[in-house]
Ligand binder design. Sequence first.
Ligand code: GDP
Ligand code: IMO
Ligand code: MG
Length: 430
Amino acid sequence: MFDDKTRCVVLVGVQWGDEGKGKITDVLAEQATLVARYQGGANAGHTVLVGEDEFILHLIPSGALYPDVRCLLGNGVVLDPRTLIDEIEMLQSRGVEIEDRLGVSRRAHLVLPYHKQLDGAKEAAKGSGRIGTTKRGIGPAYRDKISRNGLRVCDLADRDYCWNVVREGAATANALLAHFGVDERADPEAIMSELEFVASRVLALGTDTGSEIRSELSRGGNVLLEGAQGSLLDVDHGTYPFVTSSTTTAGGAAAGVGIGPTLIDEVLGVVKAYTTRVGAGPFPTELQGEEAERLRNLGAEFGATTGRPRRPGWFDGVVVRHAAGVNGLTGLAVTKLDVLDSFDEILLGVGYQLDGVATADFPERAADIERVRPVYEKEPGWKSDTGGCRSWDELPEAAQHYLKRIETVSEVPIRLVSVGSARSQIVRVG
Ligand code: GDP
Ligand code: IMO
Ligand code: MG
């Protein structure tokens, strides 16, 4: 992926998250010198398998498993300091030293305990209309950021400033918690003790991520900007309101670390060979019943953050074309091809019908996306194990045909095909 002309790559999820971004980031990180997250927070769950060891990372970039890669959390991330420290210690206890090569933007906003309380209480109050969030405080933390009530990493050095923000934030949160009908309350003094406990360690990681990335590129390094969630969870371009609260798409990458978009050379979209979604919201190619169960079990589709069963469905070309446009994808990494190895026949969504009228566009309103009926092509299965394939020519002919259809329907060239969760299970194309 990286060469003389490609020095800064953005990696984004193309569907509703869990596409295998962790695995592909890990594969690309072999050639990278720096990997940075640019949005989201501990709602992400990125899985990396190194030999027999499985790591699930929520905040720290998936480049962490290579010992010489610098890892950054950009200003666009919302940072839960306790989760960060736990993750550093989890890695340390498993022999991965990260603290001396980890940096966090001093401009990144903090997720505070009342953000998590509010996330849970709002979801509970919504009942059947809930989004199904990860309850990591993401929406409330971004709301405080945008409404200018947030606390940032750099503020940890100023106790009085922190106290003012926390006192006001807790008072507002408590009014809202009462409104949502829960008994829990935020305790500003307890929050301050927690912040005092983490402050020196988090401040020691503080950096200017934009300036670091620019220097890294000027001295010839390779930079990977790792997206979290997926394009259909983007707050503007996803299935609003069933989305997360950040710009997950490539346009957010530059702003989320503090560089200009002109420094980005390629945008790689990670897409499953089928589709999954976790949480509520429309999903046109969703499967039900036994078929869903089969795909969920074959793909081990259970959330890496919450353990919830993921909703499985067929590949949706309309979703991928929409994501390709919004992100300006220059290539695709197709993952989990091996999960389809045993199917006689595989359906591939190529269009939608809305009220009997064909549409090639992705509707804006969740209510309309609920109503579309996918138009499918039937593709023959290959009925053989692809897990050992390491080159295009080794892939069964029917799998090559299926991938070619994905490429044509998406209008984006395939650069990588993943055929298993291990690092080595990758096919490089072209
Ligand atoms: P992310 O959030 O996009 O990083 O994806 P997750 O880690 O949440 O979920 C992807 C899951 O699929 C993880 O358990 C990976 O180990 C696994 N995985 C990734 N690529 C492949 C693949 O090509 N084949 C199979 N069978 N599993 C894969
Ligand atoms: P990765 O990076 C899949 C979903 C939640 C919910 C919605 C809003 O592992 O792909 P939030 O907690 O962000 O306010 O929840 O977004 N969601 C994800 N789904 N993968 C993720 O991350 C997700 N992060 C959030 O399930 O529907
Ligand atoms: Mg995940």
